[in-house]
Design a protein around this ligand. Sequence first.
Ligand code: NAP
Length: 282
Amino acid sequence: MSAAVMSGKEVAAALRAGAAERAAKLAGDGRRPRLAVVVATADESSAWYVRSIAGAAGKAGIDCDVVDLGPGASPGDIRRSLEGLSADDGVHGIILQTPLPRGATLEDLSSAIVPGKDVDGANPLSLGRLAAGLPAFAPATAEAVVTLLEHHGVEIAGRHAVVVGRSTVVGKPAAHLLLDRNATVTVAHSRTADLAAVTRQADILVAAAGRPGLVTAAHVRPGAVVVDVGTNPTDDGGLVGDVDPAAAEHAAALTPVPGGVGPVTTALLLRHTVQAAEAARP
Ligand code: NAP
């Protein structure tokens, strides 16, 4: 058996088109959406990611300011920048890009992003609201997981979903979103004993560990649907996921890397920015 490919490109294109339409309406009312991306790193792959967000935003009619504080920025510098952007009525969405300089953590600094502009669900308040079933922006990557599943017609309710990874940006919010859709959810992590025994119980397996090849054919129950969130750079400048290609022999369907979760994540950031702009005071 070879897995069906659950591409993210089609749903990402539809999300971008929807965001562009709504952005045009806002621009017509003199309220063009604006996203600010705060960067404090010289990391190459981060710079590539920020350029891709800025490019996609521009195409959707969303202004994108890259606020580059440099790798030498202190936690105080970053916090002050986020507070300034939070107070600026002309800015509708704010992203704090990782990695951060030594001594700065996303969990700590993202609390300076006002929840209404927290379009990547980084503020712990956003995760708390998500966990409580209250309206909040979910981290875009976690939301991309359920968006992809729903787009490809995968039944979530009543199924056993196993999420490998428990970060606040991917694993935990993905688990909450799956739970909200009535999956039975197990979260696995680096201290899980016998990972393969746990993942083989999954109808839906979400791999979000950042470990290339962690999920092998032996981790996948025949017929399971696998979402590969991992984006691991290779020596030749490419990207691989967390799922070994051999797992495709067991899976019913599998998301590709690249071209799966990644483009949906970027498109959801645009949608969230437009939503934030719509909700902002005119
Ligand atoms: P992270 O903060 O490093 O978290 C990784 C999680 O995986 C942790 O919970 C860790 O467990 C768990 N883990 C690590 N090794 C494991 C193992 N051998 N067995 C089981 N669990 C293991 O990473 P992240 O930020 O969540 O990102 C995860 C992956 O998603 C990365 O590849 C990242 O690049 C990718 N990502 C993709 C997008 C996208 O748009 N496509 C966006 C964001 C992230 P412990 O908690 O026990 O340490």
